[in-house]
Design a protein around this ligand. Structure first.
Ligand SMILES: [Cu+2]
Length: 355
């Protein structure tokens, strides 16, 4: 019953400017709840690392340092277009009184490859006709729209849909669960404008969120923002507790460890990129977004009047905000959590700024 599967993980060392290191995983793991044990093994002259993949700082400090890796040589899961549903968002719809917007989300169970060679038994919000993934799809509406979201439970246990925002108690997804085989349609008026997370609110909440049941909702303002973005993308910071010990072994942005180190996000020099940033990390109270070689405007709510001009922003669990960033220089620019452990364990990538 309690099958223990040990994986042989290859570690590759990356170095950030100071001394941050990155472990890359290869191998296989058990997909059974609570039954997998991960082991990392020193490889290729980088020094031995024993134990779980979340190696101690002391162990990592013994490794050799090298330059940060970028491109095809990086071990990362997912096809190059695996997160396009988050990186090329369709634009806003102008406000129109009386409009109704309808969505369907299906709760499913899938083994997803979240780090190279490492599968995680995820619970997902999936749109019919789309691939299952963590995070779930972006739901984009305009302030004042009547929003109807049908939750169809195709999994083996009760779930719900809880959106952040302003809505009636009956639509909050907390007191009434949607059982296996059942459906429920949540209805509310979209507002206030900005970016909000949605997530399952079944108990134990920590488990349902850490299994991957979350996504991003964008509520565009009735009056368009002063600056229209050239490119819009969602970034969800998350993590996976792959051995169910209450701590995370893998951290990512948009669900796939090191995916944007292998496949940097191409942006055009001088263009305005708008990033809808959400933190759905469980087990750690804070996560952060830091970009190299640049600063950005940050808005925790709404689209105008930024509250910060910065190169790093931190968010508590469930927090969110909007980043507006232009790159004046071409070239690769790293972005990552500035909790260096998170970066080491997968939450690191690059923008490739092109002319
Ligand atoms: Cu759930």
């Amino acid at each position: 019953m309690h099958l223990v599967t040990a994986i042989a993980a290859t570690t590759t060392v990356l170095a950030l400017s100071a001394a941050a290191l990155v472990l890359l995983l290869t191998g296989t793991s058990s997909a059974r709840d609570g039954d997998s044990t991960l082991q990392a093994r020193g490889h290729g002259g980088h020094g031995a690392v024993a134990g779980t993949i979340s190696a101690t700082a002391a162990e990592m400090a013994e490794m050799d340092h090298g330059a940060a890796m970028i491109g095809e040589g990086v071990a990362a899961p997912g096809e190059p277009d695996a997160t396009d549903y988050l990186l090329d968002l369709p634009g806003p719809k102008p406000y129109q009184p009386g409009r109704v917007r309808e969505f369907t989300l299906v709760t499913e169970e899938h083994d997803l490859e979240v780090a190279e060679g490492l599968t995680f038994p995820a619970w997902t919000f999936t749109q019919p006709g789309h691939d299952a993934a963590v995070p779930g799809p972006v739901l984009r509406v305009t302030e004042g729209d009547t929003v109807r979201i049908t939750l169809r439970n195709a999994s083996s246990q009760p779930h719900s849909l809880h959106t952040h925002g302003i809505h009636p108690s009956s639509q909050d997804g907390v007191l009434d669960m949607v059982g296996p085989g059942e459906s429920f349609t949540y209805e509310f008026t979209a507002g206030p404008s900005g970016v909000q997370p949605y997530h399952c609110h079944a108990m134990p909440l920590k488990k349902h969120i850490s299994k991957g049941m979350y996504g991003t909702m964008i509520i565009d303002p009735k009056v368009p923002p002063k600056e229209v973005a050239d490119r819009e993308m969602a970034m969800v910071m998350n993590a996976y507790d792959t051995n169910y010990d209450g701590e995370n072994e893998v951290y990512t942005v948009n669900g796939l460890a090191f995916h944007y180190a292998k496949y940097p996000i191409k942006v055009k020099r001088g263009e305005l990129n708008r990033i809808y940033l959400v933190n759905m990390t469980e087990n750690d109270p804070l996560n952060s977004f830091h970009v190299h070689g640049n600063f950005f405007d940050y808005r925790p709510i709404g689209f105008d009047n930024p509250s910060q001009y910065t190169d790093i922003v931190s968010q508590i669990q469930g927090d969110r905000g909007i980043i507006d960033i232009r790159f004046p220089e071409a070239g690769p620019f790293m972005f990552h959590a500035h909790q260096t452990e998170f970066g080491d364990l997968g939450w690191m990538g690059f923008f490739e700024v092109v002319e």
